[in-house]
Design a binder for this molecule. Sequence first.
Ligand code: NAD
Length: 491
Amino acid sequence: MADLYIAGLWCSAERGETREIRCPADGELISTVDEASSVDTIKAIDAARRAFDHSEWPTSSVHDRSDLLHRVADLLVENKAEVARAETLDTGKRLVESEYDVDDIVGVFRHYASTAAEDAGRVIDTGRLDIRSRVVREPIGVCALITPWNYPLLQTSWKVAPALAAGNTFVLKPSELTPSTAILLMRHLEEAGLPAGVGNLILGAGPTAGGPLSTHPGVDLVSFTGGVETGRRIMAAAAATVKKVALELGGKNPNIVFADADREAALDFALTAVFLHSGQVCSAGARLIVEESIKDAFVDELVERARRIRLGGPFDPEAETGPLVSAAHREKVEAYVARGLAEGATLRCGGARPDDPELDKGFYYRPTILDDCKSGMSVIQDESFGPVLTVEAFSTEDDAVATANDSIYGLAGAVWTENAGKAERVASRLRVGTVWINDYHPYVPQAEWGGYKQSGTGRELGAAGLDEYRETKHIWHNVRPAAQRWFGGGE
Ligand code: NAD
């Protein structure tokens, strides 16, 4: 076993510790991997620091970096089946979803390969002929990249591709639950010719293996995707050395349906919005906010269809969605639903584990709908990160917007209506980083992704996703220097 990648070498954890990785669908052992301690992490940070300070990588040609990203994309295409299978075994998600993820990941690498040279700087007209003034973009330095378990390699690609495009070095720490595709990615980066020390991989638990990533003075930027509590801890820890911090946190995303929406499409997407990947999606449309006049009939039909959702293992072609990621996570979702019921929500379907004995060994939970919810309830304010839809009613456009914005989160949301003016008005008033009008979930690497309010700071993807990994420097060049005699020049 040698699953850590530090300074261009595959190595084992210094203290010899390991962790078993098990498939959430049936508990089967997938692999046993090295478990890093802070000692390994500090080694990885030192390697990234040396590569940044003493190698040619940060000043390498942007075309060379772009070629490397294209080679990684090619390798991901060649090895798509292996990568998708590894992602599916770690997460329990359906194979077809992991295959879509790999296509998206390839798109992200190709996007940053082709935009790496964009917006490299500008010339400033100072109004003085003796001055050449320009603004240039430079890499930030050593980047700590910390990723979650729900879209392990996709979230990683949103960080690794722009970090490398901009000329940074990095230490990557994937979720301890889902390390397999990060290992495969590092192999592909190595094969594509990434110089030693530029990319480093550590595996292990957040506070131990991950701890030094936000405290060590050798790290310049922490880019973190995960839960809001962890995000707060990382931000506070990073403050001591004033690191740059980029946070992609949770969401409790409103899906607003007006009475004049295309009913068939709105219904269909209301299900996909919340139940895709069993709700383990940061932008899941977990808050249905539906116009009073259609609410009862709309929810009745939703319940009818949610009851028919087929749960199953990742390789079951009939399955529509899979298990939750761990026993502990399922218990959290169960406690969340129990809280909602205690607060007065009405359970319309789900709210239990499936009784199918074939699913006994996995961490499955039935798609659940909680009706009659109100803004103040914890099920409205907290993220469940599971297959749980809450339903609220609204009566006016203002009421819909106010209800949707009544949240500490602001990641994403949707509005369904056939009235284009109303759609635009609501979209512009929603305090979220992504709004879908008559759609749910699509994203493209060309467009920024990120959260308002406590859903995060900064943006991934798009031009801003590259800027996150660049410093801005102003260079002032006096081509005809002459003494000024400001001080001590008098008679
Ligand atoms: P998490 O916060 O528990 O863990 C995320 C990562 O942080 C893991 O790698 C973990 O090991 C690490 N970590 C934990 N404590 C740490 C510490 N003290 N120092 C350094 N690293 C530490 O989140 P999770 O359960 O893996 O993921 C689910 C959360 O991620 C949800 O809240 C979801 O909304 C969010 N998420 C957000 C986005 C987005 O784009 N905004 C995307 C995916 C997931």
